[in-house]
Design a binder for this molecule. Structure first.
Ligand code: ADP
Ligand code: F6P
Length: 329
């Protein structure tokens, strides 16, 4: 291929810039012309792109967010939207696209590949919820941000003998809550993947630790447990803090960490993985191969057919959850 493009789509993630940098640098180094598409699929449909060169990606490896901006684009899910995107690619003679994003973005990449524009997906999402990958770009940074933030919350929780409910991101995936919970020593962790009973999994656990002298508590919950809480008559994290206070007498507060988790300078791990994945994506396009997703498994970079990747299911490791529960007493 002589002319390729790169875009970032869906929720941004720290490390996306390092992936863009790798794509642009290795693409240019391979004598290809590389275009940056702004704001994901919306920029593609609206022909919002610019030619990048080696220096366009200077000084971005350490920056959070994405210099290409990101967006969600409902129009891209329609035939008309896809047709427009294909036209734009044809008009600009774009022969292949690197799509950095989550599984929604990969579904878009699959649809575009089907219409004759080869795409390669690079997994970028703080949720770590892409089935074919052990690891997604942004996850490590978000996890470290959660750890730093909860360490601060712990200081004040301890000073006041309180309980802090901390809600982290993850609408459908509990990786941030599970591993964040382990990293901060949470007394209880509530995940969307797990059935739980607040009485036994939170209140009774707290009571048990109180008997051995514990006076302050961190309860980690994933954003996606709201429905399960509701089934138990509890309205979100705020409601959970109120419920805990009523049942245990321990003064409780809730903190929703929110978008602080999505920003910040990427960790070394995110920069390195993103660089390797961006490089692999260009290698595939160089060889004329599209319709693939770059993945990481057991620290190795590999790639999958995009259909296969999208049909895979990821299961949270419940052994890790069990370990967490055995040691947070
Ligand atoms: P993520 O890539 O982080 O999962 P989204 O699910 O918001 O984020 O998807 C990002 C964009 O990918 C959407 O705004 C849409 O343009 C496109 N997309 C998502 N799902 C599909 C789908 N099923 N078919 C085609 N395009 C999709
Ligand atoms: O997919 C990443 C993510 O941060 C999820 O954890 C969260 O549920 C969602 O995006 C929030 O998206 P936004 O606020 O951008 O709509």
């Amino acid at each position: 291929m002589n002319k390729i493009a790169v875009l970032t789509s869906g929720g941004d993630a720290p490390g996306m810039n390092a992936a863009v940098r790798a794509v642009v640098r290795y693409g240019c180094e391979s004598n290809m012309r590389v275009f940056g598409i702004r704001r994901g699929y919306s920029g593609l449909i609206n022909n919002d792109m610019y030619e990048m060169n080696l220096r366009s990606v200077s000084d971005i490896i350490h920056r959070g967010g994405t210099v290409l901006y990101s967006a969600r684009c409902p129009e891209f899910r329609t035939d008309e939207g896809l047709d427009k995107a294909v036209e734009v690619c044809k008009a600009n003679e774009i022969e292949g696209i690197v799509v950095i994003g989550g599984d929604g973005s990969f579904r878009g990449a699959r649809d575009l590949s089907l219409r004759g524009v080869p795409c390669v997906g690079v997994p970028g999402t703080i949720d770590n919820d892409i089935a074919c990958c052990d690891y997604t770009i942004g996850y490590d940074t978000a996890l470290n941000t959660i750890m730093d933030m909860v360490d601060r919350i712990r200081d004040t929780t301890e000073s006041h003998d309180r309980c802090s409910v901390v809600e982290v991101m993850g609408r459908h995936a509990g990786y941030l809550a599970l591993n964040g919970g382990i990293a901060v020593g949470a007394t209880a962790i509530l995940l969307p993947e797990n059935d739980f009973d607040v009485k036994s999994d939170v209140i009774d656990r707290m009571a048990r630790t109180q008997l051995t002298g514990k006076m302050h508590f961190i309860i980690m919950v994933a954003e996606g447990v709201t429905d399960k809480l509701k089934e138990q008559g509890i309205e979100g994290s705020m409601g959970l803090a109120k419920y805990i206070q009523e049942k245990t007498g321990v003064e409780s507060r809730a903190t929703i960490l929110g978008h602080v988790q999505r920003g910040g300078s990427p960790t070394a791990k995110d920069r390195i993985v993103a660089s390797k994945m961006g490089y692999r994506a260009v290698d595939l396009l160089k060889a004329g191969i599209g319709n693939r997703v770059v993945a990481m498994q057991n620290d190795r970079i590999l790639d999958y057919d995009i259909y296969e990747a999208l049909s895979m299911k990821k299961h949270i490791d419940l052994d890790v959850y069990r370990i967490a529960m055995h040691i947070s007493i």
